[in-house]
Design a protein around this ligand. Structure first.
Ligand code: BV8
Length: 243
């Protein structure tokens, strides 16, 4: 069976499917990726901003970056890639989506079985009490936002050097090891531990495919890399295989 036949067979008959997304799935919604040409890391020293140390030393600057991103996300809408993934959730008996994105666009497109591995830009938490609140105000004023207790609020986001939620990780590792089809969409696959999930799935026998306009460090491990935009390829796949 060649890889095209294998793809058709697994895409049509798989029961347990996992999708992992990164910033590329939101690119066609107009949200800049992190490491692309016009990427977020270019405009800002983001490697220094998305850290607890940066927040400690200059909470206002970090909040200005997040408020700018919240305003950008607020003006954007899910694209056909998000809707195609929501369609897959309805089709496959056991489906789960893990996203590294914090923009919330998957839920706005209708995805419900979604785990936001790196948090959510619309949530914030008190640095003292740990209480998490949803706050969708744009723009956020005044910056930095304070808790009623008077302490600083921080974005409810996993920064570099911070651990992901162990429950999220256990679920991700477990489903990556059990799935029959693992689809990685729009990630440069450089950030750990998310980037290990596709490899884990491959080592556990899943059919692994990647959708990205460029090759990435995991491409050589994948059964199939479809070079192109998620908003074009995913709708084509669900149409082709009648998902
Ligand atoms: C952890 C939240 C345990 C912020 C993010 C040294 C010290 C400390 C840690 C480390 C270290 N060395 C390594 C580490 C581990 C570190 C890590 O992986 N670093 C990397 C950079 C080497 N990881 C961590 O720190 C994690 N925690 O390991 O805890 C620990 C604890 C202490 C010490 C050590 C270990 C926490 C990681 C989470 C960090 N938070 N974001 C925010 O978003 O504001 S990461 C950030 O990168 C985003 O979440 C983003 O999602 C993620 C990955 O980026 P991508 O989504 O892939 O985006 P990118 O722009 O890179 O790529 C876009 C892709 O899309 C491209 O491939 C492009 O070709 C493609 N594309 C473009 N257009 C399209 C498209 N694809 C499809 N269609 C299109 N149209």
């Amino acid at each position: 069976m060649d890889v095209g036949e294998k793809l058709a067979q697994v895409f049509t008959h798989a029961k347990r499917v996992v999708v992992l997304t990164g910033a590329g799935v939101s690119a066609e919604s107009g949200i800049p990726t992190f490491r692309g040409q016009e990427g977020l890391w270019k405009t800002y020293r983001a490697e220094e901003l998305a850290t607890p140390e940066a927040f400690q030393s200059n909470p206002t600057l970090v909040w200005e970056w997040y408020d700018w991103r919240r305003q950008k996300v607020h003006a954007c809408a899910p694209n056909p890639a998000h809707f195609a993934i929501a369609r897959m959730e309805a089709y496959y008996p056991e489906f789960h989506l893990f996203t590294q994105n914090v923009d919330g666009l998957h839920r706005r497109a209708g995805s419900q079985k979604v785990t936001e591995l790196h948090g959510n830009i619309w949530r914030m938490r008190c640095v003292k009490e740990g209480k998490v609140v949803e706050d969708t105000r744009v723009p956020l004023e005044p910056l930095p936002p304070l808790c009623a207790c008077g302490a600083l609020m921080r974005p409810h986001i996993v920064w570099f050097g911070e651990n992901l939620d162990p429950e999220d990780l256990n679920l991700a590792f477990g489903l990556a090891r059990q799935c029959e089809l693992f689809i990685t969409v729009g990630t440069s696959a450089v950030v750990q531990p998310a980037a290990s999930l596709p490899i884990m799935a491959k080592q556990s026998g899943a059919f692994t495919m990647e959708v990205n306009p460029e090759y990435t460090p995991i491409s050589s491990y994948m059964d199939l890399t479809l070079l192109g935009k998620a908003g074009e390829i995913l709708p084509e796949l669900i149409k082709l295989f009648k998902v």
